[in-house]
Design a protein around this ligand. Structure first.
Ligand SMILES: Cc1cc2nc3c(=O)[nH]c(=O)nc-3n(C[C@H](O)[C@H](O)[C@H](O)COP(=O)(O)OP(=O)(O)OC[C@H]3O[C@@H](n4cnc5c(N)ncnc54)[C@H](O)[C@@H]3O)c2cc1C
Ligand code: FES
Ligand code: FES
Length: 1399
C-alpha cells in the first residue's frame, strides 16, 4: 500500500486517506497516477486481488467492492456496492473499501474463517470457474449491509437478513456469470432472505431435499459486513472539527486531484493558469469512462462531490430539487419517499424506471447530473433525460459567472456544454393526484380541478428486463385529461410525449403528435392517425441498428399509453386520479396497495411498460433431480467443487493474480482494422514517452532460428503476426510494451497503422463470396461421416418435397469472464516460464518453442486454473502466450498481458458462422424419407480446427432418422478473424438445423412439429445405421425413454392446452411450448495422470486436463480417493481430504493434450484411476505383510513402511481410450416462452431438461454443467448478437453491445433432472459427459419462440417478406427486433385499422 501509517498532517495536506479491508491507505500527490482506478490500485498495489477485471466498463460486476461512508454528524455508516473498475482511487477520501477478502478467508492462511456469503455461494454450487464469484459475493454482501443499515426494516429471524427474496435476486442482477446459468447463484442469495421458503432452494451441500433447515446454513450475523474502521472515523471527525478538535484547514492540493468546496472554488480552479495548458477531467462517479472507453490520459482531475450545493436535496410544495452530484440510487430513495402512501404516483414511476438504469453497483456511484450532461453533450442514450423530460423537470446551471434556470428540454437543445458549465441541480415537480399543468414549461401543484386527471407512464424496451442494458427506445408520457361525462371518453389537454435512446441526438418531445392529439377525444381512429404521425417522427439517425424496429416501438408505447383510454374502460381511482396505465398492483410504488379499479383485461398491454416491477420475483422455484450412485464412493457423491470457497473469498489465484515479478512490463496487442492489406508501418503516438512505453514487438523481433508462428493444430500452424500482409481485421500486428497494463492498452489503441491495398484483390468477407471465388480449406475425407442410403431413391418415396431451403447462422463469442492472459518470465540459459490461461498448455509450449527457436524443454508452461474457456482458450490462447514469451525473450524482462475485453472479442473469433441449404422429402404422415444438406462453414483466415466442424455438424444433425441422407460440406477461407471451437462446435448448429427442418416439414404438413419429431426419432436399428461407430443396445439408447418422460406426461399435454387457451385469450402476448431431443457424440482422447504420495501421507495428483470451472479437479480428486481407497474401501473419504490436485506444468507431466470436447474430466479420472491401481499394486504387498505380522495398519504407517522398503510412491499412467473412446449422449428439453407482440420481448417461463449423465461422477458438478451450458445456449439462440462492420471487424465488442444472459433472462422455472442410464462397461465408471451436449438443448427455447410467433402470425394474418404465417425464418439469435419484425412492425396500426373496419 502507498502508506499505512497515519500522518499528523495528512488531513490538511490534500492527501487521500481511506481504508481497504480495515487497513489505512494514504496517497500523496504523485504516489499513484490520478487516472488509476480503484481496481487497478487494488490489484497492483495491494495484496487484494479478489476484485477481478472482466470488462472495465461497468458491465459485468467482476470488480464489485463494498464502499462504506461514515456520516460523522449522525454517526451512521452507509454501504453500497460499486464497480471498482470505474471508481477512481483518488476519489475515495475518507471512504472504506471492502473486497471479498475483507469479508473473511478460508482461515488457514489469515485466520478468521469464511463469511457466510462465501460459504453459502460454495455450498449452493454457485461457483464454477470462480472468476465472477468475488464480484457476486460483494454485490450480495453490499445488499445485505445496505438492508441492515436501512431504517425501518423488521428484525429478521436468527440467521437471516433484512433482505427480501426479491431484493436478494436483484442484488446480483448486474453480475455476469458465463458458467453457472445463475440459478444456483440466485439460490445462494435467497438463502439470506427471511421470506424465502428454504425448500424452494436448489441442490446444496447443507441439506437433502425435504430436510431444509436454516440452522444447517453457515450462520449469517448482522454487523458482519463492512465494519467502518475506528481510526478512519476518528480522522473524519478531526477533519470536520467534531469531538472538540479544530478542523484541519484544507490546503490547496498541488497534486493533480482537486476537490473544490464551492462553485466559486471550481471556477477559480478552472480559471487558474494551472489549467490553461493541462488536460483536465471533471468527474463525479466517473462511470462515463465505462460508456466512452476513451484512450485519454489526463493531467488533472476535478472531483465535484465536495461541493455542498451539488449534493443538496430540497423539497417544497412544488417538488423536489436534487443536487447534480447525487447518485441515482439516492435519487430513487428520495423519489420513493415522495411516493410514500401513494401520494405521488409519478415519483414512484420515475423511481421504478430508474431502477432499470444500469445495475446497482453503477447506480450507487453514478450521478444524476453526470447522466444529464452525457445526454446533452455526448448524445448518450439516457433514460433519465427522457423520463425527466416528460415529468416536466427543469435544471439549474452555472455558466461561468451566470446562473441559469431552464427547462430540461431547453437544456438538451443547447449547444453541447463544456467544462465552463456546471450543472447544479434538477427540479422534479410534484405530480400529486390533483396536480395539473399550470404553464408551458413547468408543472406546479395548484390545487384540485374537477374532472381533470393526470396520466403518466414510462416505458423502455431493452435486451434485459432489469437493466444492465441500454434501451432500444425509451419513452415517458405525461398528460392532463378531462373526462367527457356523457361519452365517457377522455380528452387530452396538456400532453408531453418524450422519446429517447433510439438513435437520436438527445431525448425529444414528439410535438407534432402532441399537437395532433390535444383537444381531441381519444378514439381508435385518432390514435391510428397519431401512430402514423409518430412513426414519421421517431426516425433514428442513419446507421442506427434496428431502425425500423425502434420506430415501431414508439408506436407500441404510445398505443399502450392511450389505447386503454380509447376503450373508456379505466375509471378514475377513488375519483382522485387517473392513473391510466398502471396495472402492476403497485402504482409504481411498492408500498402502495394494488389498484383494484383498473380493468384486468388491460393487464397484457400495460405490462409492456415494465416487465418486472421492483417487488416482483425474478425466478420461481426450480427442481433438480439427481440420483446418487454409491458403487464407487466417494465417486458419485455431489461433492462441493474443489476450491469453491477460495474462489469466493478471492484467495484463488488466476494468472493475473500472480504478483508481478520485479521489473515486469505489460503488453497490449496492436491489431489490424483492415481485412486484406499490406502493413506498411506502425507508428506510435508521439506522446508515448510520457506514456512510459518501452517497446513495440513485431515480427522483426522473432529470433534467429525461430519462426512467425502463433498457434498450431493437427491441421497446421498459423502466423503470430500478420506480415507483410494482414489477412483480417483483428489480426495481431505487434505488441506495445509499457510500464503498466493501462498505459500499454492506451498506446496500442493510439497506434496508427499504415496500410496499402495496392495490387491486392478485394477481401473475401462472406460465405457467398468464398463460394464464388472457390476459397476453401481442404476437407479431409477421413474426417467426414458416412452418407446413408440413396438420396434420389429416398426423394422418390416422398409424398412431398422441399427444395433448397436455407438457414444462416452467425457467430457467438466465448465471453469467458477472464480474458486471454499470460505472464512470461525469462529464466537462465534461454529458458522461459509462461503462466498461461490455456486449455492446452502442451501446445502452448510447442508453439512458444517454435517461435523462439528453442527446444521444448526450455519452455515451462504452467496453468493452475482458467477463468472460463468454452473452447476459446484452446487454440486462441496460443498467440497470447507466444507473443508474451517473445516480448520477454526480446527484452529479458518479465512480460504480462491481460487482454482488454474489446481486443479479446475482436481478436479471438468465436463460433463458426454457417450457411446451410437443405432439400427434404417426406410422407404425409411426417416420416422423412430423404435429406440432402449443403453445408458452408465460414472458418475465417486460418484453419484452426475448422476441418473438424463438418464432422461435428453432421453427427449432431443425425439425431433423427432422415431415411436416405447425403451432404456436401465446404470449409470457407475468408478474411475474417479465425473461428475456433466453441462449446458444442458444429454440434449446436447441426442439432438446431435438424429442428429447423422438422419444423419446416411440420408446417408444410400443417401438423404439430412434436409429432414429426416423434415420427423420426431413431429406433435402435436406425441409430446403429446412422452412428455405426458407437452402436448402442436398447438399454443404452435412452432417448426414447427420455422423450417419453418429458412429453408423454399428462402434464405436458395439459400445458399444451393451457398454452393454446392462453393464446386464444390474449391479443398482445402469445406463448409457445416446444420440445427438443439431442444426440451428441463425444470422443475421449489420450490423457496422462500422475499420482504422488509424500512421506507425510499427503497426495498430489497431476493430470493432463485443466480446471476450467467444469469441476475436473473435483472429479479427479474423488477418483483418486476411490482408486487409492481400493486398499481400504471404507477409508476413501479420509484419503479424499489428503489429496490435492495441482496445476498443470508441461515439464512435469508431458503429453498433457487438450482440455476440450467434454471428455477430459473422465479421461483424466481414468488416467488417475490407472495410476492409483499401480500404486495400490505396489502398496498392497507391504500392507499385507505388515497386517500379517501386526494387524491393522494406518495410511501413515503404510507410507512410512513403503518408503523404508523402497517402494516408488509416484505413478504415471497415460490413458488411451482406444476405439471405444466415442459414445453418444442423449437428452431432451421442453421450454415454454411468452412473447410480447408490442416489443418483441421473449420471457422464458419454464424449461425442463432431462439429460442422460450415465452414472454421474459428481451429480452436483454435472448438474452445474447442464444448467450452465443450457444458459450459454440461450445466449446463442436468443440474445448474443454478433455484429461486424464492412471490414469484418467485430463491433459488438463489449458488454454494451454483446448481451450474454443475466439472472433476469434465464427460465423463470428451471427444472433439471439427471437421468441415470446405469452400468456401462465401455465408459469411465459408467459415467457420461456433461460439458457440451446440454448446450444444444437450448434450441428448445428458440423453437418455443417460433411456436409463439406462429400463433401470433396466424391471428394477425402476418406475412413478412412473402413468408407464410406458419413457415418463416426465425433468425438466431431471436432478439427483440427479430421477434417483433415477424409479428409485424406495423401490428399496432393493423390492429387499429381492423377495429375501425369492423365497426
Ligand atoms: C454500465 C453502465 C450502464 C448504464 N446504463 C444506463 C442506462 O441504462 N440508462 C441511462 O440513462 N444511463 C445509463 N448509464 C449512464 C450512467 O447513468 C452515467 O454514466 C452516470 O449517471 C454518469 O454519472 P457520473 O457521476 O458517473 O458521471 P461522470 O462519469 O463523473 O461524468 C460524466 C460527464 O459529466 C460531466 N459532469 C458530471 N457532473 C457534472 C456537473 N454537475 N456539471 C457539469 N458536468 C458534469 C463530467 O465532466 C463528465 O464529462 C450507464 C452507465 C454505465 C457505466
Ligand atoms: S470489470 Fe468492472 S464491471 Fe466489469
Ligand atoms: S463461475 Fe461465474 S463466470 Fe465462471
Amino acid at each position: 500500500m502507498a502508506s499505512s501509517s497515519p500522518s499528523s498532517s495528512s488531513a490538511a495536506s490534500g492527501a487521500v486517506v481511506f481504508a481497504v479491508n480495515g487497513e489505512r491507505v494514504e496517497l500523496r500527490g504523485g504516489d499513484v497516477d490520478p487516472g488509476a482506478t480503484l481496481l487497478e490500485f487494488l490489484r497492483t498495489r495491494t495484496r487484494f486481488t479478489g476484485p477481478k477485471l472482466g470488462c472495465g466498463e461497468g458491465g459485468c460486476g467482476a470488480c464489485v467492492v463494498l464502499l462504506s461512508t461514515y456520516d460523522a454528524a449522525s454517526g451512521a455508516v452507509s454501504h453500497a456496492a460499486a464497480s471498482s473498475c470505474l471508481t477512481l482511487v483518488h476519489g475515495l477520501h475518507h471512504r472504506a473499501v471492502t473486497t471479498t477478502e475483507g469479508l473473511g478467508s478460508s482461515g488457514r492462511v489469515r485466520g478468521g474463517g469464511l463469511h457466510a456469503v462465501h460459504a453459502r455461494l460454495a455450498g449452493f454450487h454457485a461457483s464454477q470457474c470462480g472468476f465472477c464469484t468475488p464480484g457476486v459475493c460483494m454485490s450480495l454482501a453490499a445488499a445485505l449491509a445496505a438492508a441492515e443499515s436501512a431504517a425501518g426494516r423488521p428484525e429478521p429471524p436468527e440467521g437471516f437478513s433484512r433482505l427480501t427474496a426479491a431484493e436478494a435476486e436483484r442484488a446480483v442482477a448486474g453480475n455476469l456469470c458465463r458458467c453457472t446459468g445463475y440459478r444456483p447463484i440466485a439460490d445462494a442469495c435467497k438463502s439470506f432472505a427471511a421470506d424465502v421458503d428454504l425448500e424452494d432452494l436448489g441442490l446444496n451441500s447443507f441439506w437433502r431435499k425435504g430436510d431444509a433447515d436454516a440452522s444447517k446454513l453457515p450462520r449469517y450475523n448482522e454487523g458482519s459486513i463492512g465494519a467502518f474502521p475506528e481510526f478512519l472515523k476518528a480522522e473524519i471527525r478531526v477533519s470536520l472539527g467534531i469531538d472538540g478538535c479544530t478542523p484541519a484547514a484544507l490546503v490547496r492540493s498541488e497534486s493533480s486531484w482537486h476537490r473544490p468546496r464551492s462553485v466559486d472554488e471550481y471556477y477559480k480552479l478552472v480559471g487558474s493558469e494551472l489549467f490553461g495548458e493541462s488536460r483536465t477531467k471533471v468527474v463525479v462517479g466517473n462511470t462515463a469512462s465505462g460508456v466512452y472507453r476513451e484512450a485519454g490520459v489526463y493531467d488533472r482531475y476535478i472531483d465535484l462531490r465536495d461541493i455542498p450545493e451539488l449534493n443538496s436535496v430540497n423539497k417544497d410544495a412544488r417538488g423536489v430539487e436534487i443536487g447534480a452530484a447525487v447518485s441515482i440510487s439516492r435519487v430513487i430513495e428520495i423519489l420513493r419517499g415522495e411516493g410514500g402512501g401513494c401520494k405521488d404516483v409519478v415519483s414512484g414511476k420515475i423511481a421504478d424506471h430508474m431502477e432499470k438504469v444500469a445495475s446497482p453497483f453503477i447506480r450507487n456511484t453514478a450521478s444524476l447530473g453526470g447522466n444529464l450532461i452525457m445526454a446533452q453533450r455526448d448524445q448518450f442514450a439516457s433514460d433519465i433525460a427522457t423520463i425527466l423530460l416528460a415529468a416536466g423537470s427543469s435544471i439549474c446551471m452555472q455558466v461561468s459567472s451566470e446562473r441559469l434556470a431552464v427547462t430540461l428540454e431547453e437544456f438538451l437543445e443547447m449547444p453541447p456544454c463544456d467544462y465552463k458549465t456546471l450543472l447544479l441541480s434538477i427540479h422534479i415537480p410534484h405530480w400529486t393526484p390533483t396536480g395539473v399543468l399550470s404553464g408551458d414549461r413547468t408543472l406546479n401543484r395548484t390545487g384540485s380541478t374537477r374532472g381533470t386527471y393526470v396520466l403518466f407512464e414510462t416505458c423502455r424496451a431493452a435486451p434485459r428486463p432489469l437493466g444492465n442494458a441500454v434501451a432500444y427506445l425509451n419513452s415517458a408520457f405525461s398528460a392532463q385529461a378531462a373526462l367527457d361525462e356523457t361519452s365517457g371518453i377522455l380528452i387530452l389537454d396538456k400532453l408531453c410525449l418524450a422519446f429517447g435512446a433510439y438513435g437520436t441526438q438527445h431525448a425529444i418531445r414528439a410535438k407534432n403528435v402532441e399537437k395532433f392529439l390535444v383537444g381531441k377525444p381519444i378514439t381508435a381512429s385518432v390514435l391510428l392517425e397519431a401512430c402514423k404521425v409518430l412513426k414519421n417522427t421517431i426516425v433514428p439517425k442513419e446507421g442506427t441498428r434496428h431502425a425500423a424496429y425502434r420506430s415501431s416501438l414508439a408506436v407500441s408505447f404510445l398505443f399502450s399509453f392511450l389505447y386503454p383510454v380509447t376503450r373508456g374502460t379505466l375509471k378514475p381511482v377513488k375519483a382522485v386520479h387517473f392513473n391510466g396505465c398502471v396495472t402492476s398492483g403497485s402504482n409504481g410504488n411498492p408500498n402502495c396497495e394494488p389498484d383494484t379499479h383498473v380493468d384486468a383485461s388491460l393487464m397484457e398491454i400495460n405490462s409492456v411498460k415494465s416487465s418486472l416491477y421492483s417487488n416482483d420475483r425474478i425466478l420461481e422455484s426450480s427442481k433438480q433431480i439427481i440420483e446418487i450412485n454409491k458403487d464407487y464412493l466417494p465417486v458419485g457423491i455431489p461433492a462441493k467443487k474443489v476450491g469453491a470457497e477460495l474462489q469466493a473469498s478471492g484467495e484463488a489465484v488466476f494468472v493475473d493474480d500472480i504478483p508481478s515479478p520485479k521489473d515486469c512490463l505489460y503488453g497490449a496487442f496492436i491489431y489490424s482494422t483492415k481485412p486484406l492489406a499490406h502493413v506498411k508501418g506502425i507508428e506510435l503516438d508521439p506522446s508515448l514517452k510520457q506514456l512510459k512505453t518501452v517497446a513495440v514487438v513485431t515480427v522483426n523481433d522473432i529470433p534467429e532460428g525461430g519462426s512467425n508462428v502463433g498457434a498450431n493444430t493437427v491441421f497446421g500452424p498459423e502466423p503470430l503476426f500478420g506480415d507483410p500482409i494482414t489477412q483480417c481485421a483483428g489480426e495481431p500486428l505487434g505488441v506495445v510494451i509499457a510500464e503498466t497494463q493501462r498505459l500499454a492498452n492506451i498506446a496500442a489503441k493510439r497506434a496508427v497503422i499504415n496500410y496499402s491495398t495496392e495490387n491486392l484483390d478485394t477481401p473475401v468477407l462472406s460465405i457467398e463470396e468464398a463460394v464464388k471465388r472457390c476459397s476453401y480449406f481442404e476437407t479431409l475425407p477421413f474426417l467426414l461421416p458416412q452418407k446413408i442410403g440413396d438420396f434420389s431413391k429416398g426423394m422418390a418415396e416422398a409424398d412431398q418435397k422441399i427444395y433448397s431451403a436455407e438457414v444462416k447462422l452467425n457467430s457467438q463469442y466465448y465471453f469467458y469472464m477472464e480474458t486471454q492472459t499470460a505472464l512470461a518470465i525469462p529464466d537462465e540459459d534461454n529458458c522461459m516460464v509462461v503462466y498461461s490461461s490455456s486449455q492446452c498448455p502442451e501446445t502452448a509450449q510447442n508453439v512458444i518453442a517454435k517461435c523462439l527457436g528453442i527446444p521444448c524443454h526450455n519452455v515451462r508452461v504452467i496453468t493452475r486454473r482458467v477463468g472460463g474457456g468454452f473452447g476459446g482458450k484452446a487454440v486462441r490462447s496460443l498467440p497470447v502466450a507466444t507473443a508474451c514469451a517473445l516480448a520477454a525473450f526480446k527484452l529479458h524482462r518479465p512480460i504480462r498481458m491481460y487482454l482488454e475485453r474489446k481486443t479479446d472479442i475482436i481478436m479471438t473469433g468465436g463460433r463458426h458462422p454457417m450457411k446451410i441449404c437443405y432439400s427434404v422429402g417426406f410422407k404425409s404422415d411426417g416420416k422423412i424419407t430423404a435429406l440432402h444438406i449443403d453445408l458452408f462453414i465460414n472458418a475465417g483466415m486460418t484453419k484452426d480446427v475448422s476441418p473438424i466442424i463438418p464432422h461435428n455438424f453432421i453427427e449432431a444433425l443425425k439425431k433423427y432418422n432422415w431415411g436416405a441422407f447425403s451432404y456436401d460440406a465446404k470449409v470457407c477461407k475468408t478474411n475474417i478473424s479465425t473461428k475456433s471451437a466453441m462449446r458444442g462446435p458444429g454440434e449446436v448448429q447441426g442439432s438446431y438445423v435438424a429442428e429447423a427442418i422438422i419444423e419446416h416439414v411440420a408446417s408444410a404438413l400443417s401438423t404439430d412439429a412434436n409429432l414429426v419429431r416423434q415420427r423420426n426419432l431413431h429406433t435402435v436399428e436406425s441409430l446403429a445405421l446412422f452412428h455405426s461407430e458407437c452402436a448402442e443396445d436398447a438399454i443404452g439408447y435412452t432417448l426414447p425413454s427420455i422423450c417419453d418422460q418429458l412429453t408423454a406426461s399428462e402434464n405436458y399435454q395439459h400445458r399444451l392446452e393451457m398454452v393454446q387457451s392462453f393464446n386464444g385469450n390474449n391479443k398482445w402476448k402469445k406463448r409457445g411450448l416446444s420440445f427438443v431431443p439431442i444426440v451428441h457424440k463425444v470422443l475421449s482422447r489420450p490423457t496422462p495422470g500422475k499420482v504422488s504420495i509424500f512421506n507425510d501421507g499427503s497426495i498430489a495428483v497431476e493430470v493432463g486436463g485443466i480446471e476450467l470451472g467444469q469441476g475436473l479437479w473435483t472429479k479427479v480428486k474423488q477418483m483418486a480417493a476411490f482408486g487409492l481407497g481400493q486398499l481400504w474401501a471404507d477409508k476413501s473419504q479420509d484419503l479424499f481430504e489428503r489429496i490435492r490436485v495441482i496445476q498443470a506444468d508441461t515439464l512435469s507431466v508431458v503429453q498433457g493434450g487438450w482440455t476440450t470436447g467434454s471428455t477430459t474430466s473422465e479421461s483424466s479420472c481414468e488416467a488417475v484411476r490407472c495410476a492409483c491401481n499401480i500404486l495400490v499394486d505396489r502398496l498392497k504387498p507391504v500392507k499385507e505383510q505388515f497386517e500379517e505380522k501386526q494387524g491393522n495398519i494406518s495410511w501413515d504407517e503404510l507410507i512410512s513402511k513403503a518408503i523404508m522398503v523402497g517402494v516408488d510412491l509416484s505413478a504415471r499412467e497415460y490413458y488411451v481410450p482406444g476405439p471405444s473412446g466415442s459414445y453418444l449422449n442423449y437428452g431432451a428439453a421442453a421450454s415454454e416462452v411468452e412473447i410480447d407482440l408490442l416489443t418483441g420481448a421473449t420471457t422464458i417461463l419454464r424449461s425442463d431438461l432431462l439429460y442422460d449423465c450415465g452414472q454421474s461422477l459428481n451429480p452436483a458438478v454435472d448438474l452445474g454443467q447442464v444448467e450452465g451450458a443450457f444458459v450459454q445456449g440461450i445466449g446463442y439462440f436468443m440474445s448474443e448478437e454478433y455484429v461486424t462492420n464492412s471490414n469484418g471487424l467485430v463491433v459488438s465488442d463489449g458488454t454494451w453491445t454483446y448481451k450474454i444472459p443475466t439472472v433476469d433472462t434465464i427460465p423463470k422455472q428451471f427444472n433439471v433432472e439427471l437421468f441415470n442410464s446405469g452400468f456401462h462397461k465401455k465408459r469411465v465408471l459408467s459415467s457420461k459427459a456433461s460439458g457440451e451436449p446440454p448446450l444444444l438443448l437450448a434450441a428448445s427455447v428458440h423453437c418455443a419462440t417460433r411456436e409463439a410467433i406462429r400463433a401470433a402470425r396466424k391471428e394477425l394474418h402476418c406475412s413478412v417478406s412473402g413468408s407464410s404465417p406458419s413457415h418463416f425464418d426465425l433468425k438466431v439469435p431471436a432478439i427483440m427486433p427479430v421477434v417483433k419484425e415477424l409479428c409485424g412492425l406495423d401490428n399496432v396500426e393493423r390492429y387499429l385499422e381492423s377495429l375501425l373496419s369492423s365497426k
